[in-house]
Design a binder for this molecule. Structure first.
Ligand SMILES: *Cc1c(COP(=O)(O)O)cnc(C)c1O
Length: 813
């Protein structure tokens, strides 16, 4: 803990307003939504995609009294009992504080960077070296400018080794990370191809990354990445690879039974073998990186071999699944410690779809009966996140169950719990499962999760937040954002997505039909919701559920007015659709005066926005037309505002408009497909793919040349072949036109074509040229844009066609 007066000294602020110099600081906050317990915290108002200064009040209301601010505004009167510290750059100040904290510890700090494998190697080193060291490690993949600062803040004298991840996306970033982390040992993991944005070449990327190793004692790295590179620094080098003369030489890698790999290594004059329990290249490289680190720490070769053999896959995901009886299940298989528990509880806290929240928790390795500190931290966590019920599993938690301030039941083992599961109620709840590996919570998950077949659509919620922020950054501050969640959120889900958007404070949601809006209201969505196609039968739900209809013609206007008449309603929110050239729905430009007259004839309706839709924003040759649409909306809405005597929001740009037409932003934009990571026009935006349709190989067949595959015998084999049958067909939304080689899927990193006609629930792949086993994972659309093109359609159609019987799984990394 630091006194705020110390922090003032560390930060050299521009100005301060200190009411209590002795106020203690233990927690760093940067997101007001995540504050549940404000004591001993300091809130940093960061200017990221959203401006943290807007949330000072919210943090203050939650009880925070220490603030680091960047905008030099007079806030003393608003927060007279707070400590206020004004700095030039609040993120930089947080980094300064983290760096200061880091310098207090003299134990070794391993700094890990690379494009892939950072988190896995970090978790593995933790598994491998925990018997000897008390290891602190960055939580999850906290490796950004902010993530590293937060990671370092967790260092304390209860540890004697730290492993910190560093990740960068553009030039100049690593120097800042190095300044904070000051690693004593550096490790470079796999370096992949250059990112879309940020770097011109792989070499440039490596140069940037190795800035992390400026002051290390030893730098550990696979030689192949650094071969052609002159290291600007002179640390001790610990290189490994196939060449002679490296610190650690790989003599051979031999794969056994598709199950594990025997690596024969040479180090310090002796040959030794380690059995790596993986067969894929990436994990073998990750494992040898771990061997190198252990050798550097002086581990015996025998100890290394015996531990590498026991490496466990690292699950970094937190998955949100649909449960039975109107419940949702959060499955978190990430490491089982108190920090990870807190992250999972935060996620649970964000879920608004069910009234009750339940945690099922197993014994944690870090919490013993005698360890007062950890036990009290656990108690604090469990009381902060308002749980409705706590289910404890394991000998240790059972003994302390009565000490938690939440209604709880406890069981000595997972089996004992499962025997009793019928007596417990999980309806209308969100259930967080957090269990150690040896407690096998997958048995619980299997019982609670709704059944469906093997094909799943995985939705990456981090990626979606990333994309939202990418588009937000293109917008000037005053422009609002409406998110289009029609068609089951472009196929990816309903309340799960809406909930994420609401949490991320978009301004409006839009659905196609009233039913979709009613469902969202039922799931706790309180944002304004626009219904694009209201019809007479749904007016009642529109009013009852506070939905806002789009009015596009005099017919709809008068029938809605008729419906509302005599109900005592006034100023009901509506949105006026204007046809500026799309010629789908909307009032024509010359109808504006008549519209004004009708709207002014009563006070029943209030125009919240008037908008139009660009027909061809992505086509350069139509630029004049697009500009004309923009001008028409401008004229129409000016006239409408004049006529009505009040103002409303104006909007016309969807994703392609956001990307290419800043002059079309008006007061709001409507983000659709871009949220799902499909860049429509520009290719320089750092978007991430959100959804991935996956299935498994059900059966493999070896067939002779001349045989045929599937209906109508269309799949003719011209050579001896191997086929894989997978459980996805046109009833799942896999278009029949993908048959006979038009569709290509990804199996074990290789593209393979379909063979024969697509069946209703299944189809077949030609896997003759690749290594594949039954149950291997299949990625159905490795490149959704190419896939769409292959059958003459667009990604929108492929996404929205994925049938509802395909299970959606949402995850956070
Ligand atoms: C679907 C839709 C959008 C979103 O379009 P994208 O191209 O997916 O961004 C915006 N406005 C209206 C009226 C729409 O129907």
């Amino acid at each position: 803990m630091y006194k705020i007066s110390e922090i003032v000294q560390i930060l050299h602020p521009n100005r301060t307003f200190i009411t209590d110099p002795n106020s203690l600081v233990q927690h760093l906050f940067y997101d007001s939504r995540k504050i549940v317990q404000a004591d001993n915290g300091v809130f940093f108002a960061l200017q990221k995609s959203r401006d943290g200064h807007h949330y000072i009040k919210e943090a203050y209301d939650k009880g925070v009294r220490n603030f680091v601010l960047q905008l030099d505004e007079e806030q003393e009167q608003l927060f007279p009992d707070a400590n206020l510290i004004w700095v030039t750059d609040s993120l930089e100040s947080m980094q300064v504080l983290a760096a200061y904290h880091r310098q207090k510890f003299s134990f070794p700090v391993i700094g890990i960077t690379g494009s892939n494998g950072k988190t896995i190697v970090k978790e593995w080193l933790y598994q491998l070296m925990s018997p000897e060291y008390k290891i602190y490690r960055s939580p999850k993949s906290y490796n950004s400018q902010l993530g590293v600062a937060l990671s370092l803040w967790g260092l304390s004298d209860q540890y004697n080794l730290a492993i910190i991840e560093a990740g960068i996306s553009e030039k100049g970033e690593m120097v800042k990370l190095e300044n904070m982390i000051k690693p004593t040992i550096g490790l470079l993991t796999n370096v992949g191809v250059a990112h879309k944005a940020g770097f011109e070449s792989k070499a440039e990327k490596i140069y940037e990354k190795i800035n992390l190793f400026k002051d290390v004692e030893t730098m550990i790295f696979p030689n192949r990445y650094v071969e052609d590179i002159q290291l600007p620094y002179r640390p001790r080098k610990f290189s490994w690879g196939y060449d002679e003369g490296l610190s650690l030489e790989v003599y051979s890698l031999k794969q056994v039974d598709d199950k594990f790999t025997v690596a024969t290594l040479f180090y310090g004059g002796r040959t030794f073998a380690v059995e790596v329990p993986f067969v894929d290249k990436g994990n073998i490289e990750n494992a040898i990186n771990c061997v190198a680190v252990m050798l550097r720490f002086g581990y015996e070769r025998e100890v290394i071999a015996s531990r590498i053999k026991e490496l466990q896959p690292v699950a970094m995901r937190l998955e949100l699944k649909k449960g039975k009886k109107n419940s949702s299940i959060i499955d978190d298989s990430y490491s089982n410690d108190l920090d990870a528990l807190q992250i999972a509880l935060e996620f649970l806290n964000q879920q608004g779809q069910h009234p009750r929240k339940i945690l099922i928790l197993s014994d944690l390795p870090g919490v013993s009966l005698t360890d007062e500190k950890s036990l009290s931290k656990l108690k604090r966590l469990l009381s902060e996140y308002r749980l409705d019920r706590l289910i404890l599993i394991g000998e240790i938690l059972t003994q302390v169950a009565d000490q938690f301030a939440v209604p709880s039941v406890s069981y000595a083992s997972t089996t004992a719990f499962l025997d009793d599961i019928r007596s417990l109620q999980f309806e209308d709840s969100t259930v967080l499962l957090k269990g150690g590996r040896e407690f096998h919570f997958e048995r619980i998950s299997r019982l609670l999760v709704a059944k469906s077949h093997d094909t799943v659509l995985e939705i990456n919620l981090n990626a979606m937040e990333n994309n939202l922020n990418v588009y937000r950054q293109l917008l000037p501050k005053h422009v609002k954002l409406m998110s289009m969640v029609k068609a089951f959120s472009y196929g990816s889900g309903s309340f799960e997505i809406a909930n994420l958007l609401q949490f991320n404070r978009v301004d409006y949601l839009t659905v196609a039909f009233a039913d979709e809006g009613v469902d969202l209201r039922g799931a706790g969505i309180t944002l304004p919701i626009v219904v694009m196609s209201p019809d007479e039968n749904t007016f009642e739900s529109i009013v009852q559920y506070n939905l806002e209809p789009e009015i596009y013609s005099f017919r709809v206007l008068s029938s809605f007015l008729n419906y509302l008449k005599g109900k005592g309603i006034s100023s009901f929110p509506i949105h006026i659709k204007v046809d500026t050239g799309m010629h789908r729905l909307g009032f024509m430009p010359d109808e504006v005066d008549k519209l004004i007259t009708e709207l002014n004839s009563s006070a029943i309706l209030q125009v919240k926005s008037a908008f139009s839709h660009l027909a061809s924003a992505g086509n350069k040759e139509d630029n004049t037309f697009t500009q004309q649409q923009i001008d028409l909306l401008d004229q129409f809405t000016r006239r409408l505002e004049e006529g009505l005597g009040y103002s409303f929001l104006r909007h016309i740009a969807a994703t392609s408009g956001i990307e290419l037409w800043p002059q079309a932003y008006f007061d709001m934009v409507r983000l659709g497909i871009g949220l799902y990571g499909i860049d429509v026009e520009r290719h320089d935006l750092p978007l991430r793919e959100v959804s991935s349709l996956k299935t498994n190989v059900t059966q493999i067949k070896h067939l002779a040349a001349g045989e045929t595959v599937g209906y109508n015998r269309h799949g003719v084999l011209h050579r001896d072949s191997k086929t894989a049958t997978i459980k996805i067909g046109y009833a799942d939304g896999y278009d029949r036109r993908f048959g006979n080689g038009v569709g290509k899927m990804m199996v074990n990193g290789q593209l393979v074509p379909t063979i024969g006609d697509i069946c209703m629930d299944m189809c077949m792949l030609d896997v003759t040229d690749i290594e594949v086993a039954e149950e291997d994972e299949v990625i159905v659309y490795p490149d959704i844009k190419l896939a769409a093109k292959a059958i003459g359609t667009i990604p929108y159609e492929l996404l929205t066609s994925i049938s509802q019987r395909v299970k959606r799984v949402y995850f956070y990394e």
